[in-house]
Ligand binder design. Structure first.
Ligand SMILES: *[C@@H]1O[C@H](CO)[C@@H](O)[C@H](O)[C@H]1NC(C)=O
Ligand SMILES: *[C@@H]1O[C@H](CO)[C@@H](O)[C@H](O)[C@H]1NC(C)=O
Ligand SMILES: *[C@@H]1O[C@H](CO)[C@@H](O)[C@H](O)[C@H]1NC(C)=O
Ligand SMILES: *[C@@H]1O[C@H](CO)[C@@H](O)[C@H](O)[C@H]1NC(C)=O
Length: 460
């Protein structure tokens, strides 16, 4: 007896540890809710193994990486369901996103929700606000459309909202910056958002990562110098611009590619971004001298200025930062030679792309230097359709002044003309003023080409 006692005890302890009952069982109502979610999602492959008998809180619902259920005590706090990498076709017509959200609201402690690549379709329902505990939401790669509903602004704990690769439309709502005090990550990549990026995003107190790439946004970005935590800004592939955005000094990654940014880079400001690792301003309309100081930013690893009209001469001696890995200077108007620190054999091994400039590389990848000189002079002075002509800086400048004078004179002339015309018609009082307006615009838009022709004559 005395000898069997400790053995029995050990056995019991052993059993207690081994039994799945070691974790509390999920409340029966929540098990039922999870099975309803499985049904509403059309029993996706990731959830095929869910049964009434599944021990969800003991890890039985989890099949990494596509499905997982996490409990705290006997209640579900996290639910991740991911479809295949390429996404799923839209769920059948009897699918209802509203019903799914209503069902999920029966998991009152749900904090983290991933439903990506599952074929969800429909407008985002305002009743998402019922999932009041949500902190992290990822509903990427579905077929969500319509605007971002106001209801989301009630999710006061929301820290991360990811709705990439959907068809969300309308504007980025003005309240995102101010109504969600905890919002740290906002990612709305590859949707159909239009309009301007709201000013309020410049005041989002916790914002760390803002990704609005591949939408149809336009206008200038809000002033984001006050966003002390902002590290990632990716707005590539919109119609944003013309001004380079104002950013806090702690940014680590800035992607502005494929937009309508123009003017020069704010060289002094950029050289204070000591944590900047990734800067991509490619395929915009930037002009002006390329600031070589960018190459020596201490943290910079990736720099692309490709496909703009940056000018200036590089030299052997321009220094490079220790962390540079890729520099793309292609398709600009740069002259001189690639800095020694960027040439093969330099350390660290940096990949450098520089074709279609006027650098002295002698490998056939470059334009002859007069090309860059002429293009550089043309930037900002000569209108687009006049670019091919050779103009000296002087002649261009004079032509500019002459054009300005001519425009002023002709505007005054046109105004006088219409004033007279209006007076002569005053008696008849037949034509509505809208017609006059049309006349005026068509007349004034007819002027420039004549003016340019005149300017060309003078310029010869
Ligand atoms: C939708 O219809 C299909 C086929 O009729 C059915 O198998 C499925 O259970 C229905 N789904 C829902 C969520 O009602
Ligand atoms: C959101 O879901 C997508 C698709 O499953 C995944 O690739 C991405 O990493 C997720 N984002 C985050 C921040 O978890
Ligand atoms: C953008 O999202 C659509 C779905 O709305 C998807 O089909 C497409 O592959 C995505 N594009 C990219 C480049 O990811
Ligand atoms: C993008 O917005 C502009 C107006 O800002 C509109 O003319 C254009 O059709 C939109 N493009 C798409 C693809 O929605």
């Amino acid at each position: 007896m005395a000898a069997a006692g400790p053995g029995c005890l050990l056995g019991l302890v052993f059993l207690a540890v081994l039994l799945p009952g070691g974790a509390p069982l999920l409340q029966a109502s929540q098990t039922w809710t999870l099975l309803k979610v499985q049904h509403l999602l059309g029993r996706p492959p990731a959830l095929r193994h869910w049964r009434r008998t599944t021990d969800f809180c003991g890890g039985g619902g989890t099949v990494a990486p596509s499905a997982s259920v996490v409990c705290y005590g006997d209640t579900v706090t996290q639910l991740h369901v991911e479809g295949a990498a390429q996404g799923a076709p839209p769920l059948p017509l009897n699918f209802s996103l509203g019903a799914l959200v209503t069902t999920l609201s029966r998991l009152p402690d749900l904090r983290v929700l991933t439903l990506s690549g599952l074929g969800l379709w429909g407008p985002l329902p305002g009743k998402l606000e019922r999932l009041a505990g949500l902190e992290i939401v990822n509903m990427s790669r579905n077929y969500l459309y319509g605007p971002i509903p106001r209801g989301l602004s009630r999710l006061q704990g929301l820290q991360t909202l990811i709705l990439d690769d959907n068809m969300i439309g309308g504007e980025v709502p003005g309240w995102v910056g101010t109504a969600l005090p905890a919002l740290a990550v906002l990612s709305l990549r590859n949707n159909s958002l239009a309009g301007a990026v709201p000013e309020s995003l410049g005041r989002a107190p916790s914002l760390r990562s803002l990704v609005l790439a591949s939408n149809n946004l336009s206008g200038n970005l809000p002033d984001m110098r006050g966003l002390a935590s902002l590290q990632v800004l990716d707005v590539g592939g919109n119609s944003l611009g013309p001004a380079f955005p104002r950013l806090g000094r702690k940014v680590a990654s800035v992607v502005l590619s494929r937009n309508k940014f123009t003017g020069g880079l704010p060289a002094a400001e950029l050289s204070s971004f000591y944590l900047l690792e990734h800067l991509d301003v490619s395929l915009n309309r930037f002009v002006g001298p390329f600031p070589p100081a960018l190459l020596s930013l201490p943290s910079l690893q990736y720099l692309s200025i490709a496909g703009n009209r940056f000018t200036g001469a590089l030299s052997d001696k321009v220094p490079c930062g220790d962390n540079l890995r890729l520099v793309d200077l292609s398709s600009n108007l740069l002259m001189g030679s690639v800095p020694a620190c960027l040439r093969p054999g330099g350390k660290p091994a940096t990949v450098v792309l520089s074709s279609e400039n006027c650098l002295d590389r002698g490998d056939g990848s470059q334009h002859p230097s007069p090309f860059c000189q002429n293009q550089a002079l043309a930037v900002g002075i000569v209108p687009r359709h006049n670019e091919k002509k050779k103009v000296s800086r002087h002649a261009g400048f004079i032509a500019g002044i002459v054009m300005a004078v001519l425009v002023a004179v002709s505007l005054v002339g046109a105004m006088a003309f219409f004033a007279v015309k209006k007076m002569t018609m005053e008696g008849a009082k037949t034509r509505p003023s809208a017609t006059l307006m049309e006349d005026h615009t068509s007349t004034s838009s007819a002027y420039p080409s004549k003016l340019f022709a005149d300017a060309r004559m003078i310029d010869l």
